[in-house]
Design a protein. Structure first.
Length: 374
């Protein structure tokens, strides 16, 4: 009995150590073995064995030598091998869904749009076509597709990939990941869209280095030439981890929590919102004023370092971001040394799809290491 427990513990430690090495290389890009020893606290011999094993799996590759000011042999750098495989991420929306394709290192390979409607069972027919088209267009091997990530609006059980509720797609308790995985024979990862935006921005974008931040999705609705904000969602990242809640419903904001933005904007306002150096229109000022009321309460409750804004359309207007930050900071409780920062998303309208691809990549790499050890 004790021998069995000891063997299981050793196996678990072996898996965890290898996954830690993968995580650090994904985070830092390139590291030498000596740098990995310092970051992991593993013995040099253990680290050498692990990296040799991962190189043998072709998950890692050598990436040149580390520059050094000291005399002696230069250290060999390691990185995730981009050629290990590729992933697809999809930001699920009615009509057209954004698709992003990344390699195993997380670098952009390509992007496109996928036609989608409320009948998500059609994905079992459209996704194989997307895979074939992507492989041909970007000279990728279908056999090296590591997985597919889907960002869904609504409440999602990320552990099972079940869509608990999605008003946009009018569905409840849909085993989306399981159904698509069985149909495609490819691992499928499903998560809430805002959480995937947070993942992309934390790993590669505006939230790099941040431990506590809020992602706010501001989806506009357009009727003819009139535009208004009626839909809001958030992702909460606390101490470096997405806070999902006991039933995966954390961050669900709706019109009962957000002040009503009564004023109606125009296409010209949205064009100003998409331009970094554009002025602040009267309508954008109204949106900032009304949004700040709820966001200030969230900021006082959670004390994040930053708020990131996302949406179906680009949000880049620096005057709008600065105005919103000023309003929120003006309503903060106490005299805090560091003001809240308000940023747009580095990947704009592709953040969710990129996060979905990264989530699929991360899970697949971790699983491949675990299966190899076992």
């Amino acid at each position: 009995m004790l021998e069995t427990i000891k063997r299981v513990n050793q196996q678990t430690a072996a898996v965890n150590n290898r996954q830690l090495v993968i995580h650090l290389l994904l985070e830092h890009g390139q590291l030498s073995r000596s740098q990995l020893v310092k970051l992991t606290d593993l013995r040099g011999s253990t680290l050498t064995y692990i990296t040799r094993e991962l190189l043998g799996m072709k998950m890692l590759k050598q990436a040149g030598q580390r520059e050094s000011t000291t005399v002696g042999q230069k250290q060999q750098l390691l990185q995730i091998d981009p050629a290990y495989g590729w992933v697809i991420g999809i930001d699920m929306r009615l009509g057209e869904s954004q698709v992003v394709i990344l390699d195993a290192k997380g670098q952009l390979v390509g992007d496109c749009l996928l036609n989608t409607d409320k009948d998500l069972s059609k994905l079992k027919r459209s996704l194989p076509k997307l895979i074939e088209k992507s492989a041909q267009q970007y000279d990728l091997s279908p056999d090296k597709l590591l997985g597919i990530g889907l960002g869904m609006p609504g409440i999602v059980d990320v552990q099972t990939g079940t869509v608990i509720r999605s008003d946009l797609f009018a569905m409840c308790d849909y085993d989306m990941a399981e159904e698509l995985t069985q149909a495609l024979s490819i691992p499928v990862r499903v998560d809430h869209d805002a959480n995937l935006i947070a993942l992309a921005e934390q790993q590669q974008g505006s939230a790099r280095g941040l431990r506590d931040f809020i992602v706010v999705i501001m989806d506009d609705e357009q009727v003819e030439d009139k535009i208004g904000y009626r839909s809001f969602g958030t992702a909460l990242v606390l101490n470096g981890q997405v806070h999902r809640g006991s039933q995966f419903a954390a961050g669900e904001l709706d019109q009962r929590l957000m002040p009503t933005i009564n004023a109606i904007g125009t296409q010209a306002d949205m064009q100003l919102l998409a331009q970094e150096d554009a002025p602040l229109s009267e309508w954008l000022s109204h949106v900032s004023e009304q949004s700040s009321l709820t966001l200030a309460s969230l900021v006082n409750l959670l004390d994040p370092q930053a708020v990131l804004l996302a949406g179906d359309r680009p949000i880049a207007n620096q005057n709008f971001l600065d105005d919103l930050a000023s309003r929120i900071n003006g309503m903060r409780i106490g005299h805090l040394p560091q003001p809240l920062q308000v940023h747009n998303c580095a990947f704009s309208t592709q953040s969710c799809a990129r996060g979905a691809a990264l989530a699929a990549r991360d899970v697949t790499l971790a699983g491949a290491v675990a299966n190899y050890v076992r």
